[in-house]
Design a protein around this ligand. Structure first.
Ligand code: SAM
Length: 507
C-alpha cells in the first residue's frame, strides 16, 4: 500500500537506484520478455523466475517489482544497498517478514519512465481503489496521443499518472484528475520516481474538477467497460451501458481550446448488423470537433464479459449476472476503440477506420497526417480532387497473395497496410490495384482514369466514382500524398514520446 509521503526525496533516490541497475523498458524486456508487471500471471511469473540469476542486481529488482514476489533481504540489499532498503521499508514500499522483503508496489517501464502501481496477484481479490499498471490500454492511448507543444493538458482518470507524466514534455501546465485519491498519490509518487515536475492533481468525478476550463490536449482512458458492477474504480463507471464513454467524448469536446486535440479510449454497444461507427457518429455529431473514430475489436457479450471479469470467486454467477445485464439492455454486440477529436469551427468532418492492432510506436505523426489530409479533402470538391497528381506515400506496403494456376501464379487478393503509425489495412480489388499502379505523381487522377480500360460490367461514371472513393480513402489515411501535403500549415513542432522535438515543416 502506498504511504502518504509519496513525493519524498527518497522516492527520487530509489528511482535513481532502479535506473542505475538497468531497470528500464529494454532491460525488463531482455530479462523477462515484458516491461509490464507479471504479478497477475503465475505461470508467466514462474517462467520468468527461471530466467533470473541470483546475485544479479537487476534480476533481484525484477523479482521484487515486476514479478511482485518476496525476495530474500540480502538479494535486494546487494542490489540497491542497505540504506535504500531501509528507505523502502520506511516508505512502506516493501515490508519485512523474517528474512524476506515483500514488495507492496509493482513498477512497469515505458520508454524512459518507471511507473509504479498496485501489484495484482493471482488469487488475491483486487481492492476497489486498485491502481493499474501499463497494460495494453494505457500503452495504446499513449501511442494515440497527438504530441504538439501545448499550453495546458488534462489527463482525466489519470491512474498511475502515465499520460500526465508523458505530457510534461509538451507543457508545464498538466492537470491530472481522478476519483480515486490513491491514483493521485501514485501520480505524485511516479513524478518523484522519475525526477519530473509534479503535475497538478485534483480529485473528483469526471470533468467536475476542471469545470469551466479549457485544454489544448485531453487524454482519457476512463473506466469505459460496459459493466453492471461498481466495485472497481478502474473498470466500472456505475453509469449504464456505454453512457460513460459517450459522456467523456462529449464533455471532452466542450473542454477543448480551438485547435486542441482529445484522445479517448471508449467502448460502446451496437446492433449485430449495425455498422460499428453508427453510435459513435451520433456521439460526435454537433460537438464542434473533427473526429477520427477507431475501432479495435468487436465482441459478443460472452467474450467481452470474460475479458473484464476480474473477480475469481463465484465466477460462473458473475458471468451470468453480466450476461443478464447485457440481455436486459438488449446488447448483443459491443466494440472497443478510440475517439480522436480536434476542436475546429466551421463544418466538421468525421472519418473512421478499423485498427488492426495497437500501434507499435508513437502514432502522433500519422494522426496529424490524417487530420491534415482530411482537412484538405473537406475543402476539395471532386472536380478539384480529379486534378491532383497523387503518388504513394512511403509508409505502407502492399501485400499480395497468389495461387498457382496452369503453371503460373494468379493474384488472388491484395491489400495495403501502413508501416508504423496506426495499423490500417485497405483491400484492393482488381480495379483498385490497376489504378494504384498508375498513381506515380506525374499525371492527374482524371488523366489516369481516362486511360483505364473498364472492368467488365463497369460504366464510365462508376469508374470515376470508384476512383474518387478509393483515392479519398487512401489519401485520408496516409497511403497517398500530393504536393504540399505535409502537415505543416502552422509550422508545427511535434514532440516525440521521449521528449525529442521534430519540426513538421519539411524543406
Ligand atoms: C482504466 S483506468 C486508467 C488509468 C490511467 N489513465 C491509465 O491509462 O493507465 C481508469 C481511471 O479512471 C478513474 N476513474 C474512475 N471513475 C472515475 C470518475 N468518475 N471520474 C474520474 N476518474 C475516474 C479510475 O480511478 C482509474 O484511475
Amino acid at each position: 500500500m502506498l504511504g502518504s509521503d509519496v513525493s519524498h526525496p527518497l522516492v527520487s533516490q530509489f528511482g535513481d537506484a532502479l535506473r542505475r541497475a538497468g531497470y528500464n523498458e529494454a532491460g525488463l524486456r531482455q530479462a523477462v520478455g515484458t516491461s509490464s508487471g507479471l504479478g497477475h500471471d503465475p505461470r508467466g511469473s514462474e517462467v520468468a523466475r527461471r530466467r533470473l540469476a541470483s546475485g544479479n542486481a537487476l534480476h533481484a529488482l525484477i523479482k521484487a517489482f515486476c514479478l511482485a514476489i518476496p525476495v530474500p533481504g540480502n538479494e535486494l540489499t546487494n542490489a540497491v544497498g542497505a540504506a535504500t532498503v531501509d528507505d523502502l521499508v520506511r516508505l512502506a514500499l516493501v515490508t519485512r517478514e523474517q528474512d524476506a522483503l515483500i514488495p507492496r508496489i509493482a513498477i512497469d517501464a515505458a520508454q524512459d519512465l518507471l511507473i509504479a502501481h498496485d501489484p495484482a496477484r493471482q488469487g488475491e481479490q483486487l481492492m476497489g481503489d486498485h491502481v493499474i499498471g501499463l497494460g495494453p490500454a494505457p500503452r495504446t492511448l499513449a501511442a494515440l496521443t497527438v504530441r504538439l507543444k501545448a499550453g495546458r493538458v488534462l489527463d482525466l482518470g489519470t491512474g498511475s499518472g502515465i499520460h500526465a507524466l508523458l505530457a510534461l514534455n509538451l507543457c508545464d501546465d498538466v492537470v491530472a484528475t481522478d476519483i480515486n485519491p490513491r491514483a493521485l498519490a501514485y501520480t505524485r509518487f511516479n513524478a518523484a520516481l522519475n525526477r519530473l515536475a509534479i503535475p497538478t492533481t485534483r480529485q473528483g468525478n469526471l470533468f467536475e474538477p476542471v469545470a469551466g476550463e479549457a485544454f489544448d490536449l485531453i487524454v482519457a482512458n476512463p473506466p469505459y467497460v460496459l459493466s453492471p458492477d461498481s466495485s472497481l474504480h478502474f473498470r466500472d463507471s456505475g453509469m449504464g451501458g456505454d453512457e460513460l464513454s459517450r459522456t467523456v467524448v462529449r464533455e471532452a469536446a466542450r473542454h477543448l481550446t480551438d485547435g486542441g486535440f482529445a484522445s479517448i479510449l471508449v467502448s460502446w454497444a451496437h446492433g449485430e448488423e449495425e455498422a460499428w461507427q453508427a453510435p459513435l457518429a451520433g456521439w460526435v455529431r454537433g460537438v464542434g470537433c473533427d473526429a477520427l473514430l477507431l475501432r479495435f475489436r468487436t465482441y459478443d457479450p460472452v467474450t467481452y464479459a470474460s475479458l473484464w471479469i476480474k473477480e475469481e470467486a463465484e465466477y460462473a454467477e458473475t458471468l451470468d449476472r453480466w450476461l443478464g445485464y447485457y440481455g436486459g439492455l438488449g446488447i448483443r454486440a459491443m466494440s472497443s476503440g478510440a475517439v480522436i477529436l480536434r476542436r475546429r469551427s466551421g463544418v466538421n468532418w468525421m472519418r473512421s477506420a478499423h485498427m488492426l492492432s495497437a500501434p507499435i510506436q508513437d502514432a502522433s505523426r500519422h494522426l496529424l497526417q490524417i487530420f491534415d489530409a482530411s482537412d484538405r479533402l473537406s475543402r476539395m470538391p471532386d472536380t478539384e480532387l480529379l486534378e491532383q497528381r497523387f503518388r504513394p506515400h512511403p509508409s505502407h506496403r502492399i501485400h499480395r497473395t497468389a495461387v498457382s494456376r496452369g503453371g503460373s501464379y494468379v493474384v488472388e487478393g491484395q491489400y495495403l497496410e501502413t508501416i508504423g503509425g496506426i495499423p490500417i489495412r485497405v483491400s484492393l480489388g482488381q480495379f483498385g490495384s490497376r489504378l494504384l499502379e498508375r498513381l506515380d505523381g506525374n499525371r492527374s487522377l482524371r488523366d489516369l482514369i481516362s486511360q483505364l480500360t473498364l472492368t467488365r460490367g463497369m460504366r464510365a461514371g462508376d469508374v470515376v466514382r470508384s476512383a474518387v472513393q478509393l483515392v479519398t480513402q487512401l489519401f485520408a489515411f496516409g497511403f497517398l500524398e500530393i504536393d504540399g501535403s505535409a502537415p505543416d500549415p502552422r509550422g508545427l513542432v511535434e514532440i516525440g514520446i521521449d521528449g525529442s522535438e521534430r519540426s513538421l515543416v519539411t524543406s
